[in-house]
Write a protein that binds this ligand. Structure first.
Ligand code: NAD
Length: 312
């Protein structure tokens, strides 16, 4: 497994990060036993970065991850969870967020959280996040309950909006999703700005939440039909050439040295094995096939979908 520095945090994270949302049974039912087993297998194979949220499975993902991590020495993993998004909606109020962190610590069986992230801030007021949520998290940092602070969301403009308005060093990391994959790599435009600020970059959903898989996206996927059709065409093309598009998509996302870690949602040991294998063979890419896939996806390149409040 390769490891990369996460911005200015001093943390070294595995290029393949463990996305914890499937542990909350959000992609289908997952037993506690298989959740624990696949987390242990990921650690055994060198994955050291785990991302979760109280929102995933309405706290179930944190509970399952907590059960798995109980048996693991604390220095073996870096844990990121979130606040502000819950099963019953969004709330970036300072009091709610402070309570939320205490609840996460309990569910995760931990004394401290490495990274606490404000979850999908485009659904709240960005000004409230700046003036209220982040100061509350800075208080927790001083108390030692959290080590680093981040923000997450889909529209790329939210990151610049917040980072332009806080003191340097306040936001340690950003988590962007669906913007660094084969069909949409628009995050590239923001990378120089983030590097300049010393902010660590975490990306998620290299399979574009199922678009870049042989089985296709779930019914709730928000992409327009033309994006879905282009991705399905690319998947079929890869299959005809004897390849799985997910492997190619994963290698593409994990290969960018400016992106510290790429989160993939996993809930079985088989998925852990497949994804670790792809992460360990980044150099072995079929360049001709990659170019063909890029050509198929060119008409929808960097096309995305709306998320959050219109003003954000
Ligand atoms: P994803 O694109 O990683 O897709 C997960 C799905 O792909 C699951 O159904 C999983 O079973 C399947 N899968 C995993 N490996 C596969 C493989 N090799 N081949 C085929 N299918 C495979 O989407 P995701 O889980 O939504 O995102 C990854 C993680 O990133 C999340 O679990 C979460 O931790 C994080 N995330 C955070 C945010 C945010 O903070 N706003 C948004 C999206 C994702």
């Amino acid at each position: 497994m390769k490891y990369r520095k996460l911005g200015s945090t001093g943390l070294e994270v595995s290029v393949l990060g463990f996305g914890g949302s499937p542990l909350g049974s959000v992609f289908g039912p997952v037993s506690e036993e298989s959740a624990v087993e696949c987390v242990h297998e990921a650690i055994r194979l060198g994955v050291n970065f785990f991302d979760v949220s109280p929102y995933y499975g309405n706290t179930l993902a944190e509970k399952n991850l907590g059960k798995a991590l109980k048996a693991i020495p604390r220095e073996k993993f870096i844990l990121s969870t979130k606040c502000g998004r819950y099963g019953d909606g969004f709330d970036f109020n300072a009091q709610r967020v402070l309570k939320s962190v205490d609840e996460s610590l309990e569910r995760l069986n931990l004394d401290y959280i490495d990274i606490i992230q404000c979850h999908d801030i485009e659904f709240g007021s960005l000004d409230q996040v700046i003036s209220e949520t982040i100061p509350a998290l800075l208080g927790l940092k001083r108390q030692g309950k959290v080590r680093f602070i981040g923000i997450t969301g889909l529209p790329l403009a939210i990151f610049r909006y917040v980072l332009d308005r806080v003191e340097p060093g306040t936001i340690d990391v950003v988590l962007s999703y669906c913007h660094y994959s084969l069909n949409d790599s628009s995050l590239e435009g923001l990378v120089p700005y983030l590097k300049d600020k010393g902010v660590g970059i975490i990306t998620a959903s290299p399979l574009a939440m199922g678009l870049l898989t042989e089985s296709g996206p779930p019914v709730w996927h928000p992409a327009q039909i033309e994006i879905k059709e282009a991705c399905a065409k690319a998947a079929t093309h890869c299959k005809l050439k004897g390849h799985n598009i997910s492997e190619i998509a994963l290698k593409f996302s994990l290969s960018n040295p400016d992106i510290a870690t790429t989160l993939v949602g996993m809930c079985s040991s088989q998925q852990v094995h497949d994804n670790v294998k792809a992460a360990e063979e980044l150099e072995s890419v079929d360049q001709k096939l990659l170019d063909e896939v890029k050509e198929i996806l060119a008409p929808v390149k960097n096309k995305t979908w709306p998320s959050g409040k219109p003003e954000n």
